[in-house]
Structure formats: structure tokens, C-alpha cells
Design a protein around this ligand. Structure first.
Ligand code: AMP
Ligand code: GLY
Length: 420
């Protein structure tokens, strides 16, 4: 079988790595991939907004399945387009992708089905929004409606900060804004909860805690994710039941009512307040770095799961996991998430210990003349699985020291709440 994976991050390197283990796969293409995928797949540069050209490439190369890693092509409708040509593609359609593409779309489903989420208001202009804030309590959360690569969320501590947020959003910092969301600030602990669905059946696809802030102690600016661990320390059967019954099932029902269904990975970003789950946001894909953290624990052949989803046969699959603790630390380029250095060579990659339990997944890297260069903010993901988080972390820190890359920095405290 030939498989094509869309994306260039650590998530996609982890997906390619899992697929590569299958005896059923002869070849993997990655669009465009990175220096990590280059050693397991054929990396191809492609303008993915040109669906027609992409379809031609798939048909010409007889690719049996396309797996979409990031949200942008999903929100742009790549699944709907390819399926018109009978191409198998794993990921949700354009309408379902609005769960991530439009925060207001999701809030409206929450409202209709009583899904626990932060109280909110939708505002169509600066004046209305600022007037509302004059009588509000702080902190308060202000969000751009559209996709903003995780940057369209402002936690505002006072009226002045909220004014800046409103101006930036309506002045088009995240694309044309017809409205924005003002939301109650929820105080609790965040958790990433994943399911996989074929549109009829849903199955759990792991839990994780993501460390989104750039500085140790979960301080500083928000990033794409500086590290994660799985399973989440918060999950229990009781909490999972609440998440499924109060959040996931009603959302899928909401999609059914608009004559569609969800196929793919669904990632619920939750705030757990006094053991009650509140939906903060949906993502219609795996998380990054959660995917790198979760996939190494998967025992079942990933390709069987993905194909079963495309054929609406997920019910027939028993997804099995290793009972291990997985931790991931992200090595970033100095300066990230602000301006960071690019095209810095990474030497010593051959010093890193790779095994059945220690993994290296590339993110913002490229290979040029057999040398590897950092080109993105998040550069390498070090993952280790073991019987406890402390051992996993020790293995990772040892590997990062072996690399000894002067261009990078990382958080040394990933998993601090589960490691004494
Ligand atoms: P999002 O892009 O929606 O995941 O938001 C980015 C981050 O902002 C989340 O991971 C939370 O840490 C925080 N956040 C978003 N909404 C809220 C909220 N209503 N209350 C508290 N924190 C929030
Ligand atoms: N780790 C956060 C995300 O993937 O959106």
C-alpha cells in the first residue's frame, strides 16, 4: 500500500514513523515533510492550496490513502475535494472542520446542546465589545473567531489589555474579522482528550497534558507546545464518562443534525474544574506534541485503524495500547515563540540514543546535502516511554545533552506535576 501524509511537523514525523512499522505499507510520501520524515518517506514540496494538482499527483502515483496532519487543509475542504475522486482520505470534511475553523460555530453547538463551556458573548464591532468590557470582571478571555495558529487567544488581566486585543483582532491581525468572542476565564487544569471516529463509532485515542507556555513553571508566552505527557494525570473512568456524555456525544449529534458526521481525530481541549470538564476548544486533528507523545504507545497497526475509519468499520477494530508513561520534550530554536534564528546546522544527531522506547521526531528541520538544519521554531521532539514519568524524562534529558545543540533551548520541567 502507498500512503501520503500531509504536514511538516513532529506530529507528521510520528505518524510516518508509526506507519513505517506496518508490513502492509510499501511507500510513504510526505507533503512536504522534514529532515526526520526524509529518512522514512519521500518528501515532496507541494502547493496544497492547489487541490487539482495534488489530486493528479495522487492518482498518478497510485497513493491508496491520504492522511491529513494539520488543520488548514481540512478547514479548506481538502477531504471533500479528494473524496469526489474516490480517493481515500483520513480526516474530517469541511463542515465538521468548522469545529476548529470557527470558535463561534463550536460555541453555537455548545449552546444548543448544553455542552459545558465558558460563558461567552459574540461581538460584531469594537464599540460594542469595549462597552461590554467596561462592566466586566477580569481576567477575561478574548478570541479571534477564525484559525490563528493558536495565537488568536488573549487572556486579559485588565481593561487596557482587553482594548489592545479588540483593536488587534478587528484591525485584521488574524485575517478579516467580522466578529470576536469574549469569554469567561475558567480556572482549573487543562487536559487534551482525543477520540478517533469513522462517523458512526468513536474510540478513545489517548489523553495528554500539554505544556503550552514557553517558560518553566508554565509561565510566559503561549507556544504551539513545549512538551507533553500521556496519560493525563487527571483522567479517570468517571471523568472520561462525563467527557463523552456531556461533550463529545452531543457535539457529534450536533453535526448529525446538520447532515454531516465526523471522520478523523477529534481533539477536545478541556479545562477540568473540580473534576468537571469544560470545553475550551476543539481541534479536528491530533495535537502537536501530543501526537508524538501518544503514538509510541500504540500497539495496533495504525494503518488498519485509519483504513477502518475511511471504510466506516472502526467498530471492528480493537485499539490496543502499551500500558506505559510517555513524555515528550520539545527542543526549540533560541528566540521562539518570537523571532528565532533559522538555518542553523544541527550536528551530533548520530549521538542520540534511539531504541524501542526512545524516539526522536523532527519538526522544523530540513536536510541539505546530508546535513540537517533548523528552520522552524519548534525543532526536535524527544520522546521516551517507560513505567514511570521520571525515568522517561531522565532518558530524554540524557539524549538532549548528547545532542548538545547550542542553537536550542527547552523546558526542563515538563511533567513537573507528575514527577516529584
Ligand atoms: P485555545 O487556542 O482556545 O486553546 O486557547 C489557548 C489557551 O488559552 C488555552 O490552552 C488555555 O490555556 C487558554 N484559554 C482559552 N480559553 C480559556 C478560558 N475560557 N479560560 C481560561 N483559559 C483559557
Ligand atoms: N498542542 C496544541 C495543539 O496541537 O494545538
Amino acid at each position: 500500500m502507498k500512503v501520503g501524509v500531509i504536514g511538516s511537523g513532529g506530529r507528521e514525523n510520528a505518524i510516518c514513523h508509526s506507519l513505517k512499522k506496518s508490513t502492509k505499507i510499501d511507500k510513504i510520501f510526505c507533503f512536504p515533510g522534514n529532515a526526520g520524515t526524509a529518512s522514512i518517506a519521500e518528501n515532496i514540496e507541494f502547493d496544497l492550496s492547489d487541490f487539482e494538482n495534488f489530486k493528479k499527483f495522487i492518482l498518478k502515483n497510485q497513493i491508496d490513502l491520504i492522511v491529513v496532519g494539520p488543520e488548514k487543509p481540512l478547514v479548506d475542504g481538502i477531504v471533500d475535494y479528494l473524496e469526489k475522486f474516490d480517493i481515500k482520505v483520513f480526516g474530517p470534511n469541511k463542515i465538521s472542520s468548522q469545529l476548529e475553523g470557527s470558535k463561534i460555530f463550536t460555541k453555537k453547538i455548545c449552546e444548543k446542546f448544553n455542552i459545558p463551556t465558558a460563558k461567552f458573548g459574540i461581538f460584531e464591532n469594537k464599540k460594542e465589545a469595549k462597552k461590554f468590557l467596561q462592566n466586566s470582571n477580569f481576567p477575561i478571555v478574548i478570541k479571534a473567531d477564525n484559525l490563528a495558529s493558536g495565537k488568536g487567544v488573549y487572556i486579559c488581566n485588565n481593561f487596557e489589555e482587553s482594548n489592545i486585543a479588540i483593536d488587534e483582532i478587528f484591525n485584521g491581525k488574524f485575517g478579516k474579522a467580522n466578529n470576536l468572542l469574549i469569554e469567561e476565564f475558567l480556572e482549573g487544569e487543562e487536559m487534551s482528550y482525543f477520540i478517533i471516529s469513522d462517523g458512526k463509532t468513536i474510540k478513545n485515542f489517548g489523553t495528554a497534558q500539554d505544556h503550552k507556555r514557553v517558560l518553566e513553571g508554565d509561565k510566559g508566552k503561549n507556544t504551539g507546545g513545549m512538551g507533553a505527557y500521556s496519560p493525563s494525570r487527571l483522567i479517570s473512568n468517571e471523568l472520561e464518562e462525563k467527557i463523552i456524555n456531556k461533550i463529545i456525544e452531543p457535539t457529534l449529534k450536533g453535526l448529525n443534525e446538520i447532515n454531516t458526521s465526523f471522520k478523523g481525530f477529534l481533539y477536545a481541549g478541556l479545562m477540568i474544574v473540580n473534576n468537571e470538564p469544560y470545553l475550551i476548544e476543539y481541534n479536528v486533528r491530533m495535537g502537536d506534541p501530543e501526537c508524538q507523545t501518544i503514538l509510541p504507545k500504540l500497539k495496533t497497526d495504525l494503518i488498519d485503524i485509519l483504513i477502518a475509519c475511511c471504510e466506516e468499520k472502526l467498530d471492528d477494530i480493537n485499539i490496543q495500547w502499551l500500558d506505559k508513561k510517555s513524555l515528550c520534550v520539545v527542543l526549540c530554536s533560541k528566540g521562539y515563540p518570537d523571532k528565532f534564528l533559522k538555518n542553523i546546522e544541527i550536528r551530533n544527531l548520530n549521538q542520540i540514543k534511539i531504541s524501542d522506547t526512545n524516539f526522536l521526531f523532527h519538526a522544523g528541520t530540513v536536510k541539505k546535502n546530508n546535513e540537517v538544519y533548523a528552520v522552524g521554531g519548534r525543532v526536535l521532539n524527544f520522546v521516551s516511554i517507560s513505567d514511570n514519568f521520571a525515568d522517561s524524562k531522565k532518558e530524554i534529558l540524557d539524549n538532549i545533552e548528547r545532542l548538545n545543540w547550542s542553537g536550542g533551548f527547552y523546558r526542563k520541567d515538563i511533567g513537573y506535576k507528575v514527577i516529584k
